[in-house]
Design a protein around this ligand. Structure first.
Ligand code: ADP
Ligand code: MG
Length: 582
């Protein structure tokens, strides 16, 4: 290139300036910026080290993690929070694979995300000649995400990024893989042509209006109900149709149950919330309107004893993905479209003459809810040491009530299941958790992105085991000075800390070093550590930490005997088929 340019200059002295050039690095950055993407989550290394540096120099926020999986989780939840694809940037082969778990998880959860990974050279990879970090990444990513693309020419970067954005955001959102081989980054082209090659994606998630017949059918079924129920899923939270959804609930007068990440879409204290009467609501309802919630394992597949007598429940489902309908049971009224449009159409169709559901149904749920809340109350108030889960969560419940705009990140087994039930949420998209897979390890990645994307304080409630998956990112949180308060529920192990090895040789498979001091990890990087053993101490520590807006970790000592196997989902643990000899 240089020689060619020199030649032009030599033979044509009237050409004064060399043409301005751009390259692959700059085109990737320009393409992202053009599409309103301001943040990259990643781990630097060959061949993308300079991409991160240059993106930072060009004014993008580049958040470097210690492990790609957590950068990937950050990107995924950034997508959920903003409706723009979160970007994760990884190095080739091992870094790519580390990011892939998060990409697959994002796809499973319907979060828009793009994993951009550097890769080795095609010529060598395809002949399997053993390049540095050789791997056919595109082929590996394909079955694990919504779409996968590779760009070989700098002039195609604009289209490649545009396709990735559109694939991630349109229809059912999901994860997209974008493969950028090392050589692409240093490819140069004329800057003006490069600029022209960029594509600004217009309307990346176009409205999809439901068919009027589908709305009429759904309203007919809803009208026939004696015990109707709305189930709000995280698709409803993602859709950011908060006012319309609230209006649908209140206009229809139909009680609702929020799925975990839909909590707070309406405040959990709303009179129509049946969250605290969930079992009764599911079992006894006759018509259920699903809004952005799938009938997967989290809803017992829409059948079995959780749903009462076989065939006693009719389902109406709003979803953007037509193939979601009838995935587990018959959907008598499928409503395919985006949630904002579908909910609005239902509201319009209800009109003036809408009949509220029979009051005995509302009363049944209210009574059940009040009974459950009353039963729980004393457990939440005990000031015991060591704490059990209820006592510790009772303290955090009050803190979240007083700080409704804080974002709660939650993972663990008992820590997750009990926190979900105990901690009321008051605003949409404030509860981020283990999602569809019930995956451990999302904690610190979600916390970083929640703080970066929203600027709000973050409270992470973590089981000690769950925390371990991403604990090293405490350094990341300190490095960027993020307002994250982590509470580790430390019961010395997985589920509980009391197991022993029957042979007496090793620690049991489920226990950790007893009385570990996770707070010291935070102190190691300049954050504030707290060690607490009572709910009062916990309250004081978390309030102080959240008031300071600085990184903090509270090691909350929980009774090692508290907690049950696998939390609420112990029934999913296979049992040995061999009967023990008497
Ligand atoms: P939960 O786990 O809370 O029940 P799921 O992840 O199972 O939620 O379901 C979310 C559903 O929402 C998915 O089926 C997805 O296709 C759907 N969805 C996501 N965004 C939208 C949207 N904007 N409009 C309609 N449906 C959506
Ligand atoms: Mg534990």
């Amino acid at each position: 290139m240089m020689t060619a340019l020199a030649k032009i200059v030599h033979t044509a002295p009237e050409v004064e300036a060399e043409p301005e050039l751009t390259d692959g690095f700059h085109l990737v950055i320009d393409a992202l910026k053009l599409n309103g993407i301001e943040t990259i989550y990643g781990v630097p290394g060959i061949p993308i080290t300079d991409l991160g540096r240059m993106a930072q120099a060009e004014g993008m926020r580049v958040i470097s993690f210690r492990h790609e999986q957590h950068a990937g989780n950050a990107a995924a939840i950034a997508g959920f929070l903003t409706q723009k694809p979160g970007i994760c940037l990884t190095v080739s082969a091992p870094g790519f694979l580390n990011g892939l778990t998060a990409l697959a998880n994002a796809t499973t959860n319907c979060f828009p995300m793009i994993l951009i990974s550097g890769s080795s050279e095609r010529e060598i990879v395809d002949l399997q000649q053993g390049d540095y970090e050789e791997m056919d990444q595109l082929a590996i990513a394909k079955p694990l995400c919504k779409a996968a693309f590779r760009v070989l020419h700098a002039a195609d970067i604009g289209i490649g990024v545009a396709r990735a954005i559109r694939a991630a955001c349109s229809g059912r959102p999901g994860g997209v893989y974008l493969d950028l081989p090392a050589k692409l980054f240093s490819q140069v082209m004329d800057a003006e042509a490069g600029q022209k090659s960029l594509v600004k994606v217009i309307d990346p998630a176009p409205a999809q209006h439901p068919a009027p017949e589908a709305i009429a059918r759904a309203l007919d079924v809803l009208k026939s109900a004696k015990r109707p129920l709305i189930v709000l899923g995280k698709g409803a939270a993602y859709a950011q149709a908060d006012a319309a959804i609230r209006s649908l609930v209140e206009t229809s007068g139909i009680p609702y149950v929020p799925m975990s990440m839909a909590k707070g879409l309406l405040p959990d204290t709303h009179p129509l919330s049946a969250g605290a009467a969930r079992s009764t609501a599911l079992k006894d309802s006759d018509v259920v309107l699903l809004i952005g919630a799938r009938l997967n394992w989290l809803l017992s597949h829409g059948k079995g004893k959780s749903w009462g007598e076989p065939g006693s429940t009719k389902f109406i489902q709003i979803d953007i993905e037509p193939r979601e309908m009838d995935s587990n049971v018959e959907i008598v009224a499928p409503v395919v479209g985006d949630i904002a449009s579908c909910v609005q159409a239902l509201l319009d169709g209800m009109g003036q003459g809408w009949q509220q559901p029979p009051s005995d149904w509302i009363e049944t749920l209210r009574t059940k809810r009040e009974a459950n809340v009353a039963k729980m109350a004393p457990k939440l108030m005990s000031n015991t040491s060591p704490m059990n889960f209820h006592a510790a969560l009772g303290a955090l419940r009050t803190i979240v009530k007083e700080r409704p705009d804080a974002i709660l990140v939650n993972e663990g087994a008992n820590t997750l299941d009990l926190a979900r039930g105990i901690i009321d949420m008051y605003q949409p998209r404030k509860r981020l958790d283990v999602g569809t897979w019930g995956i451990m390890g999302i904690g610190m990645g979600f916390a970083v992105a929640a703080a970066v994307e929203t600027g709000k304080p973050v409270l992470c409630v973590e089981g000690d085991s769950a925390f371990g998956f991403s604990g090293m990112e405490v350094e990341t949180i300190c490095r960027y000075g993020l307002p994250v308060c982590i509470v580790v529920f430390n019961n010395n192990g997985i589920y509980r800390g009391t197991d022993t090895d029957p042979t007496g040789r090793d620690p049991a498979t489920t226990v950790f070093v007893p009385d570990s001091r996770y707070d010291k990890m935070m102190e190691a990087f300049g954050g504030v550590g707290y060690h607490v053993t009572t709910p009062d101490e916990l309250t004081r520590a978390v309030n102080e930490a959240m008031n300071s807006g600085r990184p903090a970790l509270v090691n909350a000592v929980i009774d090692p005997a508290a907690g049950s196997e696998s939390g609420n989902i112990g029934s999913l643990n296979p049992q040995s088929g061999i009967k023990k000899k008497k």
